[in-house]
Design a protein around this ligand. Structure first.
Ligand SMILES: NC(=O)c1ccc[n+]([C@@H]2O[C@H](COP(=O)([O-])OP(=O)(O)OC[C@H]3O[C@@H](n4cnc5c(N)ncnc54)[C@H](O)[C@@H]3O)[C@@H](O)[C@H]2O)c1
Length: 339
C-alpha cells in the first residue's frame, strides 16, 4: 500500500463501538476514509452516515469485502461472528482491525491465524487500553529494567454496569458472547497484563462469580491468577457487578528494584527503599484510546509496521481466558500447553 494513497475502510457491524472507531477515522482523514458500512440492520448502518461522506451501505458484509473499493475492514460485530468475518476479509486480501475478543475457541484461532498468514494481510487487535499514555510509559520503564526482574503484576477492570436483558442483549448468552464478562470487558485487563509482564503465560487458575444478573448465562465477575515462564505471577480482577473500592489500581507491577502503579491516568514509580515519584500526571481530558488505536492502525498500514498487538497476541490472550474458564469449571490449575 503506497504511503500517498487514501486507505478505504469498510466497517462491519454498525453498533455502539463503530461510532467510536469512526471518530478515529475522522481524525485520520488525511490518510483514510470510511467508504462502506455493513450491517444486517440498514438503519443502524445509516445512523453513522451523517458523519461520513456518503459511504456505501451493505446488508451482507461478504459483498462488502468482495468490493475492490475497500482496502481494509474494521470488525465491530458480536463475538461469535468475528472468526468468519476475519477469514472472509483475509481471503479477499483486506487488512483487518478486529474488536476484542479476536475469536472464541482454539479451533477458530487456528482458522484466523491460517487465513491471515496465507493472505499476508495485517491484522490488528483493537486493544485500545494499550494506548493509555500511562501504559506506554510503564511498559518502557519495565523494558528499560527500572523494576529489575518482575515478580508480580496486577490489573483490574471493574465497574457497575446496568445489567438487564435489554442492555446486555447478545452479551448475556454464551453462544454469542463466548462466555461472560471475562471474555468481554475482561479481555482488557488480560491483554494489559500480558503486555506489561511481557513474558509467556504458562499456568492459569480462576474463580468466577455471578453476583447480580440471574438471566446472564456467564459470570459477571472473574478473579484470575496467571503464572509466567519467568516466575512472575499476574492477577486480574474484572467485573460488571460493583464499583471497586476507591484505592483499587488499574495496574501495578512489582520487581526486585521497585514498583509502579497507575489509576489509568497517572503513573507512579517507587524505587526499592526510595520515595514514590509521579512519573506522569493526569491531563485535563482523558485520552480517546479508541481514536488513538484507529489512527495507529492506519499508520501501521501506511508504514508497513507491525501493530502493537496482532493475531499472535490476540490468541495468547484468548488462551489465558479459555484456561481461566477451564480452571473454574474443573476446580484445578490449568497448564496452558494442555489446553
Ligand atoms: N474496546 C472496547 O472498550 C469495546 C467496547 C464496546 C464493544 N466492544 C466490542 O465491539 C464489538 C461490538 O460491540 P458493540 O457494543 O458495538 O455491539 P452492538 O450490539 O452495539 O453492535 C453490533 C452490530 O453488529 C450488527 N450485526 C449483527 N450481526 C451482523 C452480521 N451478521 N453482519 C453485519 N452486522 C451484524 C448488529 O446489527 C449491530 O449493529 C464486540 O466485539 C465488543 O466486545 C469493545
Amino acid at each position: 500500500m503506497s504511503q500517498n494513497e487514501t486507505i478505504r475502510v469498510g466497517i462491519i457491524g454498525a453498533g455502539n463501538i463503530a461510532g467510536h472507531h469512526i471518530t478515529g477515522y475522522l481524525q485520520a482523514a488525511e490518510h483514510a476514509q470510511v467508504t462502506a458500512i455493513a450491517d444486517v440492520d440498514a438503519e443502524r448502518a445509516r445512523h453513522h452516515t451523517e458523519r461520513l461522506d456518503d459511504p456505501d451501505i451493505f446488508l451482507d458484509y461478504r459483498d462488502m469485502v468482495a468490493s475492490p473499493d475497500v482496502d481494509a475492514v474494521d470488525i465491530c460485530l458480536p463475538h461469535h461472528l468475528h472468526k468468519d468475518a476475519i477469514v472472509a476479509a483475509a481471503a479477499a486480501g483486506k487488512h483487518i482491525l478486529c474488536e476484542k475478543p479476536l475469536c472464541l475457541t482454539l479451533e477458530e484461532a487456528a482458522a484466523v491465524t491460517g487465513a491471515v498468514a496465507t493472505a499476508g494481510v495485517t491484522l490488528m487487535c483493537a486493544h485500545n487500553q494499550l494506548y493509555l499514555p500511562a501504559v506506554g510509559a510503564a511498559r518502557q520503564m519495565i523494558r528499560e529494567g527500572r523494576l529489575g526482574k518482575v515478580y508480580a503484576a496486577r490489573t483490574t477492570d471493574v465497574f457497575s454496569l446496568q445489567l438487564n436483558e435489554e442492555t446486555l442483549g447478545w452479551r448475556a448468552r454464551r453462544a454469542t458472547s463466548g462466555g461472560g464478562e471475562l471474555i468481554d470487558t475482561g479481555y482488557h485487563p488480560n491483554y494489559l497484563l500480558l503486555h506489561l509482564v511481557d513474558d509467556t503465560p504458562v499456568r492459569v487458575t480462576a474463580l468466577l462469580s455471578r453476583h447480580r444478573p440471574t438471566f446472564m448465562e456467564g459470570e459477571d465477575t472473574a478473579h484470575v491468577l496467571i503464572e509466567f515462564a519467568g516466575g512472575a505471577i499476574g492477577s486480574i480482577v474484572t467485573g460488571w457487578a460493583y464499583e471497586p473500592a476507591s484505592c483499587t489500581e488499574r495496574f501495578s507491577v512489582v520487581g526486585e528494584q521497585g514498583s509502579l502503579w497507575s489509576d489509568g491516568r497517572r503513573l507512579y514509580y517507587k524505587p526499592r527503599g526510595g520515595e514514590e515519584v509521579t512519573v506522569q500526571d493526569a491531563v485535563a481530558q482523558a485520552p480517546d484510546t479508541y481514536a488513538l488505536e484507529v489512527v495507529d492502525f492506519i499508520d501501521c498500514l501506511r508504514q508497513g509496521r507491525r501493530p502493537l498487538n496482532t493475531e499472535v497476541e490476540g490468541v495468547n490472550v484468548l488462551k489465558v481466558i479459555l484456561g481461566a474458564y477451564a480452571s473454574a469449571e474443573r476446580g484445578t490449575v490449568v497448564e496452558l500447553k494442555n489446553l
